[in-house]
Structures are given as structure tokens and as C-alpha cells.
Design a binder for this molecule. Sequence first.
Ligand code: CP
Length: 310
Amino acid sequence: MNPHSLVSIDDLSKDKIMQLLDRAKFFEEHPNHRFLAGKVVGTLFFEPSTRTRLSFETAVNRLGGRIIGFSDPSATSTSKGESLKDTIKMVSNYVDLIIMRHYLEGAARYATEVTDVPVINAGDGANQHPSQTMLDLYSIYKTQGKLTDLTITLVGDLKYGRTVHSLIMAMKYFNPTFRFVACNELRMPKEYLDFCDSQGIKYTEHTDFSAEVIDSSDIIYMTRVQRERFTDLMEYERVKDLYTLHNAMLDNSRDNLRILHPLPRVNEINVDVDDNPKAYYFEQARNGLFMRQSLICEALQIDPQSDFAE
Ligand code: CP
């Protein structure tokens, strides 16, 4: 097992999070440097992705590395019955770093147990999405000037949304106040409420996405209802459009409020919000490039700032 893998946001100390944020800022200022010259990175995507895969691959390209991998597992020997273990062991023969998204919770942890190559978890089922959380933290830090003492409202699919699960865990260092807005079927799972209790994190639960909640938030984090995690599609149809943010709902919101969304969106944010200066989700996705450059260097133990020469 490689100690520089990133499987869960819980693998990162507060100091390491702050260092990674600082490095993301460095890459925002210096995106094109060949710190990965001679390195090969494998991107194994067993589930669909636009932002995560393309921003990781752009990060490798901007760092001068090379990429192998797949985004359609049906075109690999997985479709002939090859196990995840064997796939990881084969790819490990060819690459210096594995970036993997998988539909099974725990798949990334399992991958780290069968290879010595570092693994970055690009999302495992409804469990964790740590690189998304790091870019979310970078986005919060850039827009608020701090991570501490913020009121953060999470809206939508809090049951299956891995990004909100990772975000709660990362915020334990920063004294947040959370508002969890979801219908009963998609409430924040008990294990994360217990986590908040154990860490002394303040939270309230709401089924109503009310003006009071919106107007007292520093961050509103909208999420898509995760259709692919439902076993009963009738239930999905019943809950999929319960929460939609419209521009008029932001009229009395705080000046510093920013709207985040890990994307893709379906109907959670009306397009009339897109031109509001408080909408930040497209910039948030752009921040993913810089944060993923930072995470790749960390996994490969490259120190870009000390190796950097203008
Ligand atoms: N935010 C996110 O994970 O997007 P993709 O599914 O497009 O990678």
C-alpha cells in the first residue's frame, strides 16, 4: 500500500489541507510546468464523468506527464470477467499513479491494498469524492477569504451525494455551521450526523428550502439527485425536482454568499441564476484543475514550489 494515496478526505490533516490549498494557488498562477516529465498516469473510470476525468487529464497534460486509461469499462477486459484486483495489478505495471472512479463504495480503498502505486479516489459509489472536496475547499477559501466560522447550506440529495459526505468530514477543522436541506427520503445519513455530533459540528436539518435558510448562508451547496443510486425509479421521479434554486430566491441573500454545485446539474439550479455574481459553480469546476495538479504532485511526492524556477 502506498502511503501517498488519497482515498478519503479523512486521510488529510488540517496542515496537509492548507498546504494543498496553497499549492493549488501556486498552480493557478503557474499552470504549465513539466513536473511530471517521464511519468505516466492511469485514469480508470468505471463510472461516467466529465469534470473529474477531464480536469485530472488536463492537469497531467499541463504538468508534462502522459496518460493511459479508459472511460468506458465495457471496452476493457472487465467485460470478459477480469476482476478489479487483476485490473489494478495490470495497470500498476504500466503507470506511476492511478486515478480511479468506481461505482462500488470501498473500491478505492481496496485498490490501494493490491498495489504499491499511489491511488487517488475520483469517487467510489455514494462514499467519498476527496478531490472534489479539496476543490470545494479551495473555492470556499477563494470566495470567502477563510474557511472558518462559515454557515454552509447543503441542499438536495444528502443521502447518496458523496461530495457532501466528504465536505462535512473536511470541515471538521474549521468550526462550520451546517444546514442540511433534504426531503425525508434523502436525509443526511445517520453516520454523518453522528460524525458531526462527535466532532462538535453544529447543524440543523430542514425539509423546507426557506428564505430564512438562504438569507443566513455564506455558502449554498446544491446537489443533483443521484438517479444512478436508486433501486426504485418511481421514488427517484417523486423526489428529483423538490429543490430548485431560482434567481429571485437570492434577492435578500448575503453579499458574500456564493452558490456552489459539484455539477452536473439537472434541475437544481435554474439557468436564471447563472448570470448572478453569486453563482460560482463554473469557476468552482475550473478550480478543480489547479487543485488536481496539487493532488497529483502530492501523490507523487513532487514539491512544485521548491522545484520551481521562473
Ligand atoms: N463533480 C463531478 O464529479 O463531476 P463529473 O461526474 O462530471 O466528474
